[in-house]
Design a protein around this ligand. Structure first.
Ligand code: UGA
Length: 454
């Protein structure tokens, strides 16, 4: 099939590359010339395991085109994926201007029947808006307005595991319109995804609004589990219980299950914070208040500072003269993504209290520098107290405590003897509960996790 993907951000690039890998011919459009140049030279502007190899291979096969040419892009694909950003507006709702501009361009340049697929996470009702915009453009060109249909096909990729998630999805959600063009569009989507359904059917067909809401409901449910566990972990700390035992105890109930029940320093990334807040806004817009969802957000904001609270309990509010080593900056492992990363909140807070910080992350240090420079723009002089270290042990040298902010595999079993010698004091604040508390204590460290008990 011939496919166009509009937007070569995270979702667009993974979608385009993986569909090319399945044998389709894919035209990836982006207005950012610099990005397109990087991609055409075999580079990848984001860090995602396995993506570079797929892009290289499919560029060589001639199945991937990267270009800034809008009219060529729209003319190319029978299926047009809209995978542009939907950043949060000031009030937390999703900003649809890029999505609607992509729709406008499709309407302006389309030359035959097109299936238009909303891949970006968009508020419920957006497919109708996209339909209106394209229909208006066709009307301006005196073309028939039934020559396209809009599909909602939300993505459920996890950063760091995106290729695997795309190639072996838990489910594929297709929301289509109940009219002739909608039936034709649904059939084209069925054919496109047929290779992913070979062993068993994973596609759920539904109406467009249900598909749009499915995406938000999935992320909000997962975020709710995390905030729930974070509250229970904080309670476990007070009660002297162990959250990992509790997780296993409740997870053994198949109605609950084990995954996404890990307490920590809060959820970050480009999806949960944005989508949870956008869902609350969607409801508000329709005169409803989602009390639970608002509480999920509140708990998460509190949790981002949980290590700082533990540090204050131990050392007091004024941290002048103290040095903290941070291992992990990205919002989760296997990515260099710093969006909404809890480490940013912790770094700002510790610097404001006079502490020195020595930070290390295996891949996110460049992104971290940019993000933190922005966060600290109102007090740039404090940046002198922050240093970045390629070697995790260099970062630990002379620090009063080690803080684990991201659960990178490489942090799981360091040489504890050398680590202890490097630190000025053998103290670990484990914000991701990656260590067995007893094991750490046996190595001669003091240990504080999130709801953990030795
Ligand atoms: C999330 C969803 O998991 C994907 O299904 C969805 O497609 C994606 O958002 C999206 O909407 O695009 P992602 O943000 O890449 O994926 O990362 P997750 O692995 O879900 O982690 C999100 C945050 O939750 C991280 O900060 C992680 O540390 C935190 N988390 C996760 C916990 O604190 N505890 C857990 O048990 C799991």
């Amino acid at each position: 099939m011939k496919i166009t993907v509009i937007g070569t951000g995270y979702v667009g690039l993974v979608t385009g590359a993986c569909l090319a890998e399945q044998g389709n011919h894919v035209f990836c459009l982006d207005l950012n010339q610099e990005k397109i140049d990087i991609l055409n030279a075999g580079g990848v502007p984001i860090y995602e395991p396995g993506l570079k190899e797929i892009i290289e291979r499919n560029l060589a096969y001639g199945r991937l085109i990267f270009s800034t040419d809008v009219s060529a892009a729209v003319a190319y694909g029978d299926i047009q994926f809209i995978a542009v950003g939907t950043p949060p507006s000031e009030d937390g709702s999703a900003d649809l201007s890029y999505v609607l501009e992509a729709a406008r361009q499709i309407g302006r340049h389309m030359n035959r029947f097109k299936v238009v697929v909303n891949k970006s996470t968009v508020p419920v009702g957006t497919a109708d808006k996209v339909t209106e915009v394209i229909a208006q453009e066709l009307l301006n060109r005196s073309l028939p307005s039934e020559n396209f249909s809009v599909i909602s096909n939300p993505e459920f990729l996890k950063e760091g595991a995106a290729i695997e998630d795309f190639m072996r999805p838990d489910r594929i959600v297709i929301g289509s319109q109940a009219n002739a063009a909608g039936f034709a569009a649904k059939e084209m989507m069925r054919q496109l995804y047929a290779p992913f359904n070979r062993h068993h059917e994973r596609t759920y067909y539904m109406d467009v609004r249900s598909a749009e809401l499915t995406k938000y409901a999935a992320n909000a449910m997962l975020a709710t589990r995390i905030s729930f566990m974070n509250e229970i972990a904080n309670l476990a700390d007070v009660l002297g219980a162990d959250i990992e035992s509790v997780r296993q105890g409740i997870g053994s109930d198949t109605r609950i299950g084990y995954s996404f029940l890990y307490a920590g320093t809060g959820y970050g990334g480009s999806c949960f914070p944005k989508d949870v807040s956008a869902l609350a806004k969607i409801a508000e817009h329709h005169g409803q208040e989602l009390k639970l969802i608002k509480a999920v957000e509140e708990v998460n904001e509190y949790q981002k500072n949980i290590l700082v609270k533990k540090i204050i309990n131990r050392y007091g509010k004024d941290l002048a003269g103290k040095t903290f080593c941070l291992w992990g900056l990205a919002f989760k492992p296997n990515t260099d993504d710093m969006r909404e990363a809890p480490s940013r909140v912790v770094i700002r807070n510790l610097l404001m209290r006079g502490a020195q910080i020595k930070a290390h992350d295996p891949v996110a240090m460049h992104e971290a520098r940019l993000a933190i420079n922005g966060d600290m723009s109102d007090c740039t002089e404090l940046l002198e107290d922050l240093s970045f270290h390629e070697d995790p042990l260099d970062a630990a040298q002379g620090a009063d405590a080690l803080l684990i902010m991201t659960e990178w595999k490489s942090f799981r079993s360091p040489d504890f003897h050398t680590l202890k010698q490097a630190l000025a004091a053998p103290v670990i604040f484990d914000g991701r509960n990656i260590y067995d508390p007893q094991l750490i204590i046996d190595q001669g460290f003091e240990y504080e996790g999130i709801g953990r008990k030795a």
